[in-house]
Design a protein. Sequence first.
Length: 254
Amino acid sequence: MKKIVLSLLLVSTAISAHAMDETQQNWTYSLGAFSHVSPDYMGSGDYKGSISPFFNATYQWDQHQNYFFIRSHEGIGVQTRLGQAIVGTSLGYRGGREREENTNLAGMHGVNETGTTNLFFRYGHNEYNGGINLSKGLSGDNNGLVISANVGCNCKLSEKVTGSFSVGTAWADNTYMDDYFGVKTNEVTANRTAYKGKKGILNYGISAGLSYQLQEKQSIAISAGLSKISKAQSSPIVASDIQGRLSLGYIHSF
């Protein structure tokens, strides 16, 4: 299963540390790569390592109030600035799940990867920020809705070091919950009972990150997060309701 587990907190920290002078040109670019340690699947007690690319291309116009972007963590979209707030929409990506990923999933249905349509709102004041995001799957067998929200801060710790911290939560509808946590009657075993996913709080958690500026346009960043599965914690395929994540990467801005 392909996953991009780079948090918005880490991305915003890295980009803000290396944003180009917006008054000089409309296009800005950043490229990089991140390595991750994350659960095998949502609810797994086992962990795996993975590598994912990072890219961000943004075009700004109308006195830099409107943006077109292509981003590894958000997809392709547009956004507009309203004072200290940003609203936008995008087409993105949602990872799936394959039964081969873990022995706990043997005999289970897979969850296909899908595109998503997203709406988001963000607000920032000085070093503090927050936002809400609505993400709806586009595939017929992975079309659930997830609404996530977070608040946090980005703080300049020194000339080259930026720190960040965030708390957040997510809510998911019946379709999403049943796709990722449900157990059908034909999937029941001696150690796995039937389970019907119901809408509710998907998870809540905290994350923190550090970004270090190597040179003017180069940085390394690290992010760690800890979350707790809420509504679906009683699903038979949830081996651990505590989920940890760690990411380390390099970004070059142009």
